[in-house]
Structure formats: C-alpha cells, structure tokens
Design a protein around this ligand. Structure first.
Ligand SMILES: Nc1nc2c(ncn2[C@@H]2O[C@H](COP(=O)(O)OP(=O)(O)OP(=O)(O)O)[C@@H](O)[C@H]2O)c(=O)[nH]1
Ligand SMILES: [Mg+2]
Length: 434
C-alpha cells in the first residue's frame, strides 16, 4: 500500500497560462489541477506565481520580465525546487536552472515522480523506471553541460564527455533489460488472460479520469480494500478481482490507472502494455465525478485517450459517480439509457448499476430449469464444464432436468452452435433437436 512521503522540499510553483497552448476556459481548472498534482507528490508548497503570456519564450519558456520577478522572490528564501506547469525542453530547463540557481522540474517530471512513489507491483515498478530512463536520456546533455560550465568549459574531450558516453550506454543497456523483463511479465499476464477467455469469465474494466472514484467503486463491486484516496494517481497498478454479487454472472473487474490531461508520452509508452490489457475487456465502466466543475472536459479527455488506445468499439457504460455531492439521494430517479447515477462511497444506485452490467454482458441471466433429452449428453457436459448447473434431476421418460444459472446470450449461443431450439413451457425451458 502507498504511504504518503512528505518530501519536505521547499517548493515554488510557477503557473503560466499560455494563450497559444490552452483553451481559455480551461485555464482556471488547469491551475487547480496543477496545484492538486503538486500536493499529491507530497511537496511542501511555500510560494507560487501565476501569470499569462501569449506564447512560450524559446530560451526559458517564461518571459523575461516575469522571470526576473520570480528570481527576486525566490532569492535567499531557501527554496529547493521550482515546478513549472508545462513541458519544458531540455535546454529551457537548463537555462531556467542556471538563472534561478535551483532545481527546476516540469509537469512531465512531476507526474513521473508521483508514479515512481506509487508503483508497488513488479510490472508497475518496471514501467515507471522505463519511463524515467527514457525521459532521463533526453536530459543527459543538460546535466553534463552544467558540469562543463562549472569547470569553466575545460577540455572538449575531457572526462565529462567520456562519462556522458558511458552513462548513455549504461542507460541504453538498462532500457533494453527493462523492456525484456516487461515483455516477459506481460507474456505471463497474456497467458492468464487466455485462460480467462477459455473460461466463462467476462472482463469489465473501470476507466476514467484520476480521482473519479474508480477504486472506491471497484472495492464496492468486489469487496476489496484497495487504496482509494483523495489524491491524483492513487492507483497505478491494475488489479483484477472477481465479482462478489451472486446475482451477477461470472465477471472479473479490473481497476486501472487514472487518466489526466497531457499525460506524458513517456508514460503512455511505458504503460501501453498495461493499457493494452484493456483491449481484452468485454465492457468498460467509464467512471466520472459528476460533482466536478470540469466534468464534461474530463469525459472528452478520457474519450480521446480511449480512442488513441483503439478502445472506442468496446461497449461502455457512463457512470456519474459521487451523486451524493450533487444532492441526489435516490439515483434511480435519474435512470436513463445512456448513463447511470451512483455514489460508490455511500452505496447508492449500485444495484441498478449491477443490473445494467448484467444486461450489457449477458443480456440478463436465466436462472431456472431446462429440460434436455438423454441424447444431448454433450450439451449437459458443456454446461457442467461451464459451472452453470446447480442441480440435476432425471424423469422416467428419460428427459433430464437441469437447474441452471447462465447468461441468456451464453445459452442462446450454446444452443445455436449445437443446432438446438428452445421453447418455454410455463416455468421450464424445453430444449429440442433443431
Ligand atoms: N462524496 C463521495 N466521494 C467519493 C465517492 N466515490 C469516491 N469518493 C472519494 O473520491 C476520492 C477518490 O476516490 P478513488 O476511488 O481513489 O478514485 P480513483 O478514480 O480510483 O482515483 P485514481 O486511482 O487516483 O485514478 C476518495 O477520497 C474517495 O473517498 C462518492 O460516491 N461520493
Ligand atoms: Mg484508483
């Protein structure tokens, strides 16, 4: 489980609203989210500045006048770290560090840092290390150029350069090792997913913006106690658990990492294999926080990421979570075909959600008796193999009565494959040779 690590680094935030990069109305939201992100990293915020500029300046990203102001306000204040809310190029970051004389990190490094502190599983840790090394390899020049300057730029072929080459080689080597290990770990997972496909289990994955309440809902549906918290990226490693409700068909629920706007490309690359697992999902639950002012934009962000992962064709249910925060006591009143309203925390609307999931996956479930003829031994064996038969009785006529629990879709498919028909006689389904 994740333990909050207070870094105690005295941190100064620089929020820049760059007109040419952002949609105007999103700016306030972006500032709030940036602040939350920094708090989630455990940094101690001791000062901040917020300003507008029409476009990034090439050399330092921050324009000259503002940079002087920031420089004055952090001088002598013992600040350890400056965090900027944009992606900086290696040279911009280097120039800022030289000017401000403290370590400067950008949004990508901030998110990588949060991920690094949250990763707990083998795969999660490998993925984060890979993302960090990929990022580091683009920044290596920056570190050594500093050193050269400090040395007064002595020697073009000095130890600095040799060291840089060595570092590049070591990093390249480590990246290859990590990729190999990751691919082995994922192959193992794929084997597991193959085993799942052969069984009846359906995979339902919870997706959505970070902090929407995916883990809280996951815990509710699977009676688990995964770490859920009012923090961005509380979940990093995907977890899959079996559904606990006997009314639901055989379902595995999978909780995943939350999305965020401008997710660093290094992370998407490294987490691609984990996110690729979503491809095998039969249904996606898109969890949203309906009390969030940015509700609609966040839905668009998540949809864009789902599209980029090629998941747009997987059926999904839109879930408005945290309905208790918008004063909806009885979410079933808001029933609609497109959306479901719930409160995962207050346990409201969950039964209705289960019903929807059941309908989407199995077209409902049939629980009751079927009668088959004694010649249909293969059908009976298959139903046993699927674990659907609760009870069996045989009649003198030779007919076999089976009490089954099965998805309607599954039953239809099974009978169709065998060329059987079905008709209903009061409370019992009769299976006939087609
Ligand atoms: N009021 C209210 N709070 C909720 C509800 N569901 C979740 N929360 C809170 O929202 C916060 C985030 O919940 P999580 O379940 O960790 O969210 P998540 O989507 O898994 O977040 P990440 O793992 O960071 O992507 C926690 O503080 C929860 O207690 C709800 O229905 N109502
Ligand atoms: Mg979570």
């Amino acid at each position: 489980m994740f333990k909050e690590e207070k870094t105690n680094l005295k941190t100064y935030l620089v929020f820049i609203d760059v007109h040419s990069l952002k949609d105007k109305q999103l700016i306030d939201d972006a500032e709030r989210e940036f602040y939350d992100l920094v708090l989630s990293s455990g940094a101690k915020i001791v000062g901040k500045s917020s300003h507008k500029q029409s476009k990034p300046s090439i050399g330092h990203f921050i324009n000259k006048g503002k940079l002087e102001e920031i420089c004055d306000s952090i001088k002598g204040s013992g600040i350890d770290l400056v965090i900027v809310n944009h992606k900086l190029s290696a040279s911009q970051a280097r120039n800022l560090e030289l000017k401000l004389k403290v370590r400067v990190i950008d949004k990508t490094e901030l998110i990588l840092d949060i991920f690094a502190s949250r990763a707990t599983t083998h795969i999660g840790k490998l993925q984060v290390e890979l993302a960090q090394l990929n990022h580091l390899s683009t920044r290596l020049i920056r570190g050594w150029t500093h050193l050269e300057r400090q040395k007064g730029g002595i020697g073009l072929r000095g130890p600095g350069e040799t060291q840089l080459e060595t570092d590049r080689r070591l990093i390249g080597h480590r990246i290859r090792t990590l990729k190999n290990r990751l691919s082995k770990a994922h192959k193992q997972k794929q084997l597991n997913s193959y085993a799942r496909k052969k069984s009846r289990n359906r995979l339902v994955a919870l997706v959505g913006y970070t902090n929407a309440g995916k883990t809280t809902l996951f815990n509710r549906l699977t009676n688990s106690s995964q770490f859920a918290a009012d923090k961005l990226f509380a979940t990093l490693d995907s977890v899959t658990r079996r559904n606990i409700d006997p009314e639901l068909g055989p379902i595995l629920f999978s909780d995943t990492v939350g999305f965020i706007s401008d997710l660093p490309t290094e992370l998407i690359e490294s987490f691609k294999a984990t996110l690729d697992e979503l491809q095998s999902a039969d249904l996606l639950l898109h969890v949203t926080d309906c009390s969030d002012q940015d509700h609609d934009q966040k839905i668009d962000e998540v949809d864009a990421i789902l599209n980029s992962l090629g998941l747009e064709d997987i059926p999904h249910i839109m879930i408005n979570n945290k309905c208790d925060l918008v004063g909806l006591r009885d979410p079933e009143e808001r029933k609609s075909n497109d959306e479901v309203w719930i409160s995962a925390e207050k346990n409201l609307g969950i039964d209705h959600l289960r019903e929807r999931i059941n309908r989407e996956l199995f077209n409902g479930v049939y629980k009751g008796w079927v009668s088959i003829e004694s010649s249909m031994g293969k059908l009976r064996a298959e139903l046993y193999a699927m674990g659907c038969i609760i009870k069996e009785e045989s009649a003198r006529s030779g007919a076999i009565y089976l009490n089954i629990d099965i998805g309607r879709d599954e039953l239809d498919r099974l009978l169709q494959n065998k060329g059987f028909n079905i008709c209903s006689d009061e409370d019992i389904l009769l299976v006939n040779e087609g």
